[in-house]
Design a protein around this ligand. Structure first.
Ligand code: GDP
Length: 199
């Protein structure tokens, strides 16, 4: 399915620029540098459908990509969070945009919360998870860059993240362990995304 059409649709800096809610949406979020662009590229089999966080302005927008011909669903690249140097105003704007999108978007079928395998959950991730819990948007937790750490460390981080996930009402209990670089876990995650969107 992803081998068919995947096309950038638009960037929405504010809610009024959202596309018409005509198809299901699967949204991706995570801290800046978590590997979100790499994962989106790996899932879609494109080299650069999502450009690695280049233009600072662009990082505050919701980026929509359409999948299928005719369009079956959309992938939504949410702005990265937890950027240490972000001014308070920028963070506030981000929260407002994301919160209203999560609460008001009827077609939002699932969220994917990306977490760096080396770091595990940080406070900003927990905050994101609470926002998703409150908006009652079901989410999968995806550990990224799994190739970067030893198997024993990966297991330890995965267990601790899974323990926490169980306390969050909207989180799926099973994690996805992935490496965009090595292709690990990508096919399974792609299947889960398609099932979430169309199931
Ligand atoms: P974004 O800011 O969340 O979009 O993150 P990027 O996709 O730009 O990735 C941030 C950095 O991590 C880049 O240098 C990537 O090459 C690297 N990276 C992303 N995914 C992986 C992975 O699976 N394995 C390894 N080793 N590096 C990765």
């Amino acid at each position: 399915l992803f081998s068919g059409r995947v096309e950038f649709l638009l960037s929405a800096p504010q809610l009024k620029f959202l596309p018409d809610p005509t198809v299901p949406e699967i949204a991706f979020c995570g801290r800046s540098n978590v590997g979100k662009s790499s994962l989106l590229n790996a899932l879609t089999g494109r080299k650069a459908i999502a450009r690695a966080s280049v233009t600072p302005g662009r990082t505050q927008e919701l980026n929509f990509f359409e999948v299928g011909e005719p369009t079956l669903f959309r992938l939504v690249d949410m702005p990265g969070y937890g950027f240490a140097k972000a001014p308070v105003k920028v963070v506030e704007r981000w929260k407002n945009l994301v919160k209203s999108y999560l609460r008001g978007r009827q077609v939002l079928a699932r969220n994917l919360v990306l977490v760096d395998s080396r770091h595990g959950l940080k406070e900003v991730d927990r905050e994101m998870m609470r926002m998703l819990d409150e908006a009652a948007v079901g989410y999968r937790i995806v550990l990224t860059k799994a190739d970067k750490i030893k198997a024993s460390d990966l297991e330890r981080v995965a267990n601790s993240v899974a323990d926490e996930a169980r306390k969050h009402p909207a989180a799926f209990p099973e994690l996805h362990l992935t490496s965009a670089e090595k292709g690990m876990g990508i096919a399974a995650l792609r299947a889960a995304v398609v099932a979430d969107a169309l199931g």
